[in-house]
Design a protein around this ligand. Structure first.
Ligand SMILES: C[S@@+](CC[C@H](N)C(=O)[O-])C[C@H]1O[C@@H](n2cnc3c(N)ncnc32)[C@H](O)[C@@H]1O
Length: 406
């Protein structure tokens, strides 16, 4: 994932010279288009691409609304040095902290959803495949039960026994404070393989893994498709997915990290001025229902989903207020000269320009807007096509507000 054209980092760099570096950067040879909008430069180009820069396989777990590792990689390369702390206050599956660790930076992350730590932490201390294999032989796979929930709509009876046996094993180890990195890893894989639409998952065909449906909805899917859950081997699927995730060499055995289940706006565990770079993507207005998506994962991990107050700010004003609270906290944890790369997506057909709301949320804090960087995934047409009307259409773009702490 080399972005060597960016390599000229200087901790005291001014917003102007950072901007100049991004303006001159070209991955494909196409020139960056710059448009000044209300005093903020908007930069359009294909700054990174999934096609040309292969992401590390350890990222390959699904999570609703996750971004591609190429996005944090770009900013980490451009704006930090090895050893610097890189934080994501909405870390989700942990794309930013894991990419930071892969690049020799110190990973920091928070998410209000406790599943997020369970999905991220194990990949910062990945066990050896042999240790996973050994542990899978130690679990008594027949020690399961039929749970109160009617999970038979998703799972073959024998698969369900194995799944509940694994759940019991993990909850008992957790109660005894005996979860080690191997258990942690197995739980992460199991959370990821609970439901999905192929034979690589424990369940019968259902929605993709990050959108668990209700039991009633699954009943309807089963009726409509005339399907009953096939037998799937829980340990075999866990081992196979572990092989995939560990398929690329991991450059750390145990990356020292700070991960927490906490609201982005209150992370007292992170020291003042300790963070060099934040790369993040917040929950957008009402687009994603994290609690509805996560009920099955919460059941498996023994988490009460109703106890997770995930942000849902339907109107732009409330959302801006929420982001402002987060920005205030980020100003506290950032070192002077440190950056925030705040990714916002396309919402409601592009009618709401979230980047403007983010700039409004940051106004009056000790943050200088550097630019809004728009990464267009297929930058093949003439530069002019990225004018005001066109850049609203694409779903394949990332829009990042870049701010620097004074
Ligand atoms: C767009 S996703 C981020 C995905 C992440 N970039 C990744 O690659 O996986 C937004 C995340 O914000 C979390 N979230 C929602 N409200 C939050 C809050 N108040 N504080 C911290 N996290 C919150 C959600 O649980 C979700 O994981």
């Amino acid at each position: 994932m080399a972005t060597s054209q960016l390599k000229r980092f200087d901790a005291d760099e001014s917003p102007g010279s950072v901007l100049e570096r991004f303006r001159r950067f070209s991955f494909t040879g196409a020139p960056t288009v710059v448009e000044e909008r209300e005093g903020v430069p908007f930069l359009f180009n294909e700054f990174w691409t999934a096609r040309q820069r292969q992401a590390h396989r350890i990222h390959e777990i699904s999570y609703r609304a996750c971004f591609k590792p190429q996005l944090p990689a770009f900013f980490i390369e451009a704006l930090t040095e090895p050893g610097d702390a890189v934080h994501d206050p909405f870390m989700g599956r942990g794309t930013t902290p894991i990419q930071a660790a892969l690049m020799g930076r110190r990973p920091v992350g928070a998410d209000i959803n406790p599943l997020s730590v369970l999905l991220t932490r194990p990949r910062l201390s990945p066990p050896l495949l042999a240790a996973i294999e050994r542990r899978l032989t130690e679990i008594d796979w027949q020690d399961g039960e039929r749970p109160d929930l009617d999970l038979a709509v998703f799972y073959h009876p024998e698969t369900l026994i194995e799944l509940t046996a694994l759940r019991r094993w993990l909850l008992e180890r957790q109660a005894a404070d005996a979860i080690d990195p191997v258990d942690d890893w197995i739980r992460m894989i199991a959370l990821n393989r609970l439901t999905g639409h192929s034979s690589g998952f424990f369940s019968v065909y259902t929605l993709p893994p990050n959108q668990a449906v209700s039991i009633e909805a699954q009943r309807k899917i089963n009726r409509a498709r005339g399907q009953t859950p096939p037998r799937r081997s829980v340990p075999a699927i866990i081992l196979k997915k572990s092989r995939t995730l560990l398929g690329d060499p991991v450059p750390y055995a145990r990356a020292p990290s700070e991960l927490m289940a906490a609201p982005a706006e209150a992370t007292p565990a992170i020291a003042d001025g300790s963070i060099r770079l934040v790369v993040t993507s917040p929950p957008f207005l009402d687009v994603v229902q994290y609690d509805a998506d996560n009920w099955l994962r919460c059941w498996f991990a023994g988490i009460e989903p109703a106890g997770v107050p995930i942000a849902m700010h339907r109107d732009p004003e409330a959302w801006t207020g929420f982001v402002r609270g987060v920005m205030r906290e980020l100003v506290r944890v950032l070192a002077p000269g440190g950056h925030i790369a705040f990714e916002v997506g396309e919402v409601r057909g592009g009618k709401i320009e979230l980047e403007r709301l983010v700039l409004a949320a940051a106004a009056g804090l000790t943050l200088v807007p550097v630019c809004v960087l728009i990464n267009a995934q297929s930058f093949t047409k003439t530069a002019n096509c990225w004018g005001v009307s066109n850049n609203r259409k694409g779903t394949n773009t990332n829009r990042i507000v870049l701010l620097q702490k004074r």
